[in-house]
Ligand binder design. Structure first.
Ligand code: ADP
Ligand code: MG
Length: 608
């Protein structure tokens, strides 16, 4: 029998685990290490280097070496390494193959199947690209697991603690994932996820590298890729040193540059102010989405290499007003959880009744007519973001026009109010009898399962016709390109002559619509946007009043969305994250406080 392994296919590092003797165990690579850098390099003779060796070649052969390709999974981006070009999933496949070989050597048996984790908000494109990567590497991938689910599984398994609400904060090299997870009676349920897929440890490296160049009056943007890679590498080293000490020297030694500067933790706090600010956003958003107050969280679990940074830990405990944040092997949590999941899939008797409930990280729905603007159909959500999986929901639609002869259901994924701004997944259409508007009913059922397969069933009771569409995305690339093109076209036809004040209100409303995930609130916002669009078109006289009204209303919604957790102001006053350590820490605290005040001030001005 061949084994199933669990794989944390990370942006920066990847690792594998297996269920063995009743526990999840990490699999060492050829170096006897658990972490394999997700870096691929192609030699002049066609040799493929993966992992540590390839990482070494980043600086020496930048044009033959690729890293951070996970960020572009599911997109049409290509990497040219030497003579050939590769897609992100092909590069990922090299990494997976390496992990598979290491596992086979370690386990002394064939490995043919894997469970791979992905960030919770990977869309279907990225998830399917990940599956394809597995296939190219010779691994059957039936299940993709969300990284926060995996972390929770590892936690649950390690602690045997039940009835707990966990906040999983996963800060890796290229992505930040924040999730609320509830564990009770062997059920692990993800309540909400949020994140920033363009924020990670590498952004800190870039900031430090930029600072180095700036303080020595070097033009970073115009440097050779080799030199940049070297500077970035020493920036990362310096950052890691700052995890141990409060000050470190950043040294760069290469042909062009022989220099060093001193950097302190406080410098990092100052330099990376915009990054810290971005860290706070998804944290408050998960609380709003799950409608949970921050003090209901029993445990905060830190995952990912960037969580080792003391400044990150401090900022988080400041935001959440708590000091009991768990930092137990942040590098291994996800892989260990994937190992547990592999055990579940192998139906190991020790864990057979541990149940995994995932959530749908995005909304799914169909387009419906927009009476204000027929060229911009609206999104009608059938499955709301953060619904527990598997989920099955049905909506009823009717023909919008008299004597309409067809009903076309276009299926989209995403949070935008206008359907075409979301990701198009597929289409079902029916010929219908020509009748008065509202007379022909169409029932649409969406079923979304834990493996990310969307099943759409639609029926017209009147004609007894039924159609079914299973969306696993075979021809992804085409679809993606088509959509990107459509979006571009769409952007070009923006309406001229628009009064900027009106556009601002419409944009504001749409952003709030996207930000909030409660159906009722969403509908309220939509109604007001439509009312406002109607006023713009037909009722100029009342426009100033409508603008005023909406400004007040949106500010109110904004307040609801942001104040639900309310940590920013309170933490400010009681200074909960204040830890009497040394001079350095105190100065950092003052800095954080200053930002918060600045942020508040500017926020106030925005709304008036
Ligand atoms: P990913 O999930 O993206 O593969 P990891 O969880 O492996 O990422 O985290 C990698 C990131 O963590 C890198 O940006 C790395 O610089 C950072 N990192 C790892 N160890 C440390 C440390 N001791 N101090 C600070 N940052 C660290
Ligand atoms: Mg990770």
């Amino acid at each position: 029998m061949s084994r199933i392994i669990g794989i944390d296919l990370g942006t920066t590092n990847s690792l594998a685990a297996v269920w063995q003797d009743g526990e999840s165990k990490l699999i060492p690579n050829a170096f006897g290490e658990y972490l394999t850098p997700s870096v691929v390099s192609i030699g002049e003779d066609g040799t493929v280097y993966v992992g540590k060796t390839a990482k070494e070649r980043l600086a020496s052969y930048p044009d033959r070496t690729a890293s951070v390709f996970k960020r572009f999974m599911g997109t049409s981006r290509k990497y040219t390494l030497g003579e050939k070009s590769y897609r992100p999933e092909e590069l990922s496949a090299f990494v997976l193959k390496k992990l598979k070989e290491d596992a086979e050597r370690y386990l002394e048996e064939p490995v043919e199947e894997a469970i791979i984790s992905v960030p919770a908000y990977f869309n279907d494109m990225a998830r399917n690209a990940t599956k394809r990567a597995g296939m190219i590497a010779g691994l059957k991938v039936e299940r993709i697991i969300n990284e926060p689910s995996a972390a929770a599984l590892a936690c649950q398994n390690l602690n045997q603690e039940e009835d707990a609400m966990l906040l999983v904060f996963d800060f890796g090299g290229g992505t930040l994932d924040v999730s609320l997870v509830e564990c009770f009676d062997n059920i692990i349920e993800i309540k909400a996820v949020s994140g920033d897929n363009q924020l990670g440890g590498q952004d800190f490296d870039d900031m430090i590298a930029g600072h180095f160049a700036k303080s020595l009056n070097l033009n970073y943007a115009e440097m050779k890729p080799e030199t940049k890679a070297i500077i970035r590498k020493s920036a990362e080293l310096c950052k890691r040193e700052l995890t141990e000490k409060t000050a470190a020297n950043m040294v760069v030694n290469c042909q062009e540059i022989n220099n060093e500067i001193k950097i302190t933790r406080k410098d990092v706090v100052k330099l990376c102010a915009p990054l810290f600010e971005r860290i706070g956003k998804p944290v408050s958003r998960v609380f709003v989405d799950a409608q949970i107050a921050s003090d209901q969280v029993g445990q905060v679990v830190l995952v990912g290499g960037s969580c080792k940074m003391p400044v990150v830990q401090q900022y988080l405990s400041y935001l959440l007003k708590r000091e009991d944040i768990v930092t137990k092997e942040p590098d291994y949590m996800i892989a260990l959880g994937c190992g547990v999941c592999a055990g579940i899939k192998e139906r190991d008797k020790d864990i057979k009744d541990l149940l995994l409930t995932d959530i749908c990280p995005f909304s799914l729905g169909v387009d419906v007519i927009n009476e204000q603007d027929i060229y911009k159909p609206l999104m009608s959500f059938i499955i709301e973001r953060n619904s527990p999986l598997p989920v099955s929901k049905e909506n009823m639609y009717v023909n919008a026009l008299d004597k309409q002869s067809r009903i076309r259901l276009k299926i989209y994924q995403g949070e935008a109010m206008y359907a075409t701004e979301n990701l198009f997944l597929g289409e079902i259409s029916f010929d219908i009898p020509m009748m008065a508007a509202g007379q022909v009913q169409c029932f649409v059922r969406f079923t979304y399962d834990i493996n990310g397969v969307l099943e759409v069933e639609a029926k017209i009771p009147l004609t007894k016709e039924e159609k079914k569409l299973v969306i696993v995305n075979k021809d992804l690339d085409m679809t993606q390109e088509e959509i990107e093109e459509k979006l571009k076209e769409f952007e070009k036809v923006k309406r001229p002559f628009a009064d900027e004040r009106n556009t601002y209100i419409l944009e504001w409303g749409q952003r709030l619509f996207m930000q909030c995930s409660q159906e009722e609130m969403r509908n309220e916002i939509l109604r007001r946007i439509q009312y406002f669009q109607h006023t713009i078109s037909f009722d100029e006289y009342h426009l100033p009043k409508a603008r005023k009204y909406l400004t007040v209303y949106f500010a109110y919604i904004e307040g609801l969305l942001n104040s639900y957790v309310g940590f920013a102001d309170d933490a400010l006053k009681d200074g909960a994250w204040y830890q009497e350590e040394d001079e350095e820490e105190r100065e950092m605290e003052t800095l954080f406080r200053e930002w918060e005040e600045e942020k508040e001030d500017s926020g106030d001005n925005d709304e008036r």
